[in-house]
Design a protein around this ligand. Structure first.
Ligand code: SAM
Ligand code: FES
Length: 346
């Protein structure tokens, strides 16, 4: 084994210079992948956890330059699911074996804390054996606390980039890197299992930025890390920007598995969009989570974060079955338990 990969696996760390080498060079990819898979098997065997994703609103008050559902996109028909529709997604998901529901949406002022808490509490009451994950953006400490007390236990909020200058190139000035990071530390303090992450190959991203992201993740110590390639959307300011690549995303997944052996690492929809076998390759490179879509088919095309997003025409049952086939096809096994982070002290 090369010294660099061995050092990363044994020490769960490298110097900035060493990270630079490993992240910019194709030569280590095969070895990184094999070691990442071995480490993932040490902790999780061949298990793949599934999370049912419910995209419940595409209204957003933010205007992130990369995002297809940003406020200024007028070519988009907007929707919100009702509480009943969300519960119906959960009912269907429960029957399909999901024990985690991820409620994701734009930052939609219609969903006040009171409304969010009522939805979370209702899901919690009906499905006490399930984990509820929220992914609804930047809120105050008090709001996060209220959702937690209502029954939400996990929160996904990608930090997007740890570098303030880079952050400023991806977001309008009313948004800040500092507030995003404040949110993540607040969530941890409250007791959530937290997911951070980035888009790989986002416009203006440098290798140094990615190393800063790794250092930020080391500081935060999240239970989950969501990464996927940046993919352009035709109705955003980044319509002409280059997409992130499969190769770099897989390389980073493997590095993350070696840096954070027990982390929950999804093979994302964006990875499946950039390559037909992207999610399978992601699992083989160290990922251990898949998030099939549970949103009603009628709204899926409207939650178009980037062009050509996959799985927008399928019923939930089809997505579930497709996941099963893809995962078992490469020798892993879908498990239907809650799949909490290992060693997470509640
Ligand atoms: N509003 C919530 C938030 O800000 O965290 C959740 C929804 S937001 C659409 C979820 C994630 O989608 C973002 O954190 C971002 O990384 C990702 N995303 C948005 N646009 C994307 C694009 N064009 N390509 C790849 N990922 C994208
Ligand atoms: Fe709000 Fe993308 S700009 S979810």
């Amino acid at each position: 084994m090369s010294e660099l990969v061995q050092k990363l696996r044994e020490n769960q760390n490298l110097t900035d210079e060493e990270f630079k080498v490993i992240l910019s060079c194709v030569d280590y990819d095969e070895e990184l992948k094999q070691n990442a898979d071995a480490v993932r098997r040490e902790h999780y065997g061949n298990k793949v956890y599934i999370r049912g994703l419910i995209e419940f609103t595409n209204y957003c008050k933010n205007n992130c330059y990369y995002c297809g559902i940003r406020r200024d996109n007028r070519n988009l028909s907007r929707y919100r699911l009702t509480e009943e529709e969300i519960l119906e997604c959960c009912r269907e998901g429960y029957e399909l074996g999901f024990r985690t529901f991820v409620l994701q949406g734009g930052e939609d002022p219609y969903f006040t804390d009171k409304v969010v808490c009522s939805i979370v509490a209702e899901i919690h009451k009906n499905y006490p054996d399930c984990a509820i994950t929220l992914s609804i953006g930047e809120k105050s400490y008090e709001s996060y606390l209220a959702y937690f007390q209502a029954g939400a236990e996990r929160y996904l909020l990608r930090h997007e980039t740890a570098n303030p200058e880079h952050y400023g190139k991806l977001h309008p000035s009313e948004m800040s890197c500092q507030n995003r990071q404040r949110c993540l530390f607040d969530l941890k303090k409250i007791g959530y299992q937290v997911g951070a992450g980035i888009m790989v190959g986002s416009p203006h991203q440098t290798l140094d930025n990615m190393i800063e992201d790794l250092r930020f993740l080391q500081k935060l110590q999240p239970q989950m890390i969501g990464i996927g390639p940046f993919l352009s959307h035709q109705d955003t300011p980044f319509r002409d920007e280059q997409n992130g690549t499969l190769e770099l995303t897989l390389r980073l997944l493997s590095v993350l598995r070696l840096l954070f052996p027990k982390v929950l690492l999804p093979a994302t929809t964006a990875l499946g969009t950039v390559h037909p076998l992207g999610r399978e390759k992601g699992l083989q490179a160290g990922a251990n989570v898949i998030m099939p879509n549970l949103s009603p088919t009628s709204v899926r095309k409207k939650y178009m974060l980037y062009d050509n997003k996959i799985c927008t025409g399928d019923e939930s049952a089809q997505c579930r079955q497709c996941t099963e086939l893809r995962v078992s096809g490469i020798g892993y096994e879908v498990v239907t338990d809650r799949g909490d982070a290992k060693d997470f002290a509640k």
